[in-house]
Write a protein that binds this ligand. Sequence first.
Ligand code: DX5
Ligand code: ZN
Length: 223
Amino acid sequence: MAAPLICPSILASDFARLGEEVRALEAAGADWVHVDVMDGHFVPNITLGPDIVKAIRPHTSLPFDVHLMVAPVDGWLKAYRDAGADILSVHPESGPHLHRTLGAIRELGAKAGVVFNPGTPLSILEEVVDLVDLVLIMSVNPGFGGQKFIPSALDKIARARAVLDRAGSKAHLQVDGGVTADNAAACVAAGADALVAGTAVFRGGPDAYAANIAGLKAAKSPA
Ligand code: DX5
Ligand code: ZN
């Protein structure tokens, strides 16, 4: 089984040095840059506007995986795509017409992702599976980094893997929240192929990024 893609969340980076941080992530072996966008309304925190994403875009050639925790989300898709997002992921609760929103993301030329909170039913995936390039299973309630992994996410990852396989989908299956070297193997065994990690990547400062990323990448499924 292939090693998972490692997607460091810059939510845990030094915001005063964002350009250097994404350059350091690329040098340390990261696969994607996970950008957590929070609006202080859909989630109780405010983070990165499109102008900030645009400012860091020239500092790395890694794909920008933009997780939009914004409602209503539709009016922001183009701004983040223009700022350099390669993947735009949305929560079903962030607008009235998920199907239309996912189509709009692909029309902008980006990859489309759908995100499931711990309390969001996975049955929604059956309705949009042909419209997504990425499925993100939240293993915390969104809003903050540094939270504890919710173990029931593992069963949800396995169920999402079954839906994707049954549909013949090649979409990535990503997990986000409280991912560490200790639970990464279980996530991969359940069917995830992309791991978001903030705290576990940035812990120890720039000198530790490469080892932290390698530790997560080593988490292969026992199968
Ligand atoms: C939570 C965010 C996550 C989170 C990851 O709302 O979507 O990306 O910040 O951070 P850690 O790995 O610290 O849980
Ligand atoms: Zn995220």
